[in-house]
Design a protein around this ligand. Sequence first.
Ligand code: GCO
Ligand code: MG
Length: 408
Amino acid sequence: MKITDAKVFVGGPGKNYVTLKVTTDQGVYGLGDATLNNRETLPAKYLTDYLIPNLIGLDPRRSEDIWQLFYRGAYFRRGPIAMAAIGAIDMALWDIKAKLANMPLYQLLGGKSRDSALVYAHATGADLEDLMDSVAAYIEQGYKAVRVQCGIPDMPTASYATPDAKGGTEPFITDFSGIRPKTEIWDSEKYMRFMPGALAAIRDRFGPELKILHDVHHRLLPREAAAFAKEVEQVGLFWLEDPTPAEDQDALALVRQHSTTPIAIGEVFNSIWDCNKLIEKELIDFIRVAVTYAGGITHVRRIVDLAGQHHVRTGFHGAPSHSPISMAAQAHLNLWAPNFGIQEYLVLGTPACDTLFPSDHYVANGMQHVSEAPGLGVDFDEAEAERYEYKPGSHPIVRLEDGTLWNY
Ligand code: GCO
Ligand code: MG
């Protein structure tokens, strides 16, 4: 059996999805997602110029050896661009393998450990009142877990993932007016004065059952992160995400020493080497990697297994940056992983996305249900894809009030 062709498509409804389609001499094909938010053309180019020419002619069933070829075989390893490209190929090969076996992918991973998987939605508001309304709307739809992000009083701009003005529901993440970023202003002191009380008010209003998550989005220093995690302990968060940048893995020890608030980190990681200390020293509770830019199913499964030995559960990244293909790959991992925790969920279910990527995966009552179709259980409508083209976009950048550049 041989791979005969592989094509890359960039574009999508309101997003630049990077979709890989690998075809074989036996008619069966596989799909992969190489979307790297706001840098989409780069994994696409890495695929077309470097990986695909070496992929043609190989036996698609040898997914492990092909992973090693593109990881070890490249002198310069790792990094989000290469790992997203390798990840897309890996997903496509697992898709082919499971289709050949005539089984949904989760069966090849070890079968079901649960019938459906807990997901969390994103509630947001320009102020606490709006945020409460947003939380209430998700609870009404049956969600059991909600991430809460709130505009901060007296902050000159919106904060991470909050709308610009009261009444707004669309958080600002990507600006498609070009590649020059919009600027958000940040002040950690204002945030730390306001946010713990807001989280406590949400707990008071919605009661003990709601799983409340909050994303600091890398904005605090390690000492501040420790103080914040300690202060919000009484709220009983399901998790506190990215309280401080994790490039310095050891810095997380400070947060751990001062608080029992569960910590979730890893959405920007590309490899096991970005999180091995965090996991082995048991400094986090949830690992947030994504199959998209952490090298696909083959590599993420290794991270999940390492995490499982250290009481760390999964909480895969699922922002709208990912296409339904990697969300499907994660859905299968979620059904299998003995140490599954929760899945971030936003992308599946938008009508335009469903048309481009038809599938039977669905979320109901805050639980993700996995398609029984062979493979990843998601397809790609190439004719529909013709309607879309790449649009340059950018994340905002963040500056302190005096102009100092900060972490987005
Ligand atoms: C999350 C993330 C995202 C990122 C986005 C960047 O927890 O979902 O922090 O919202 O900001 O994926 O591209
Ligand atoms: Mg996050």
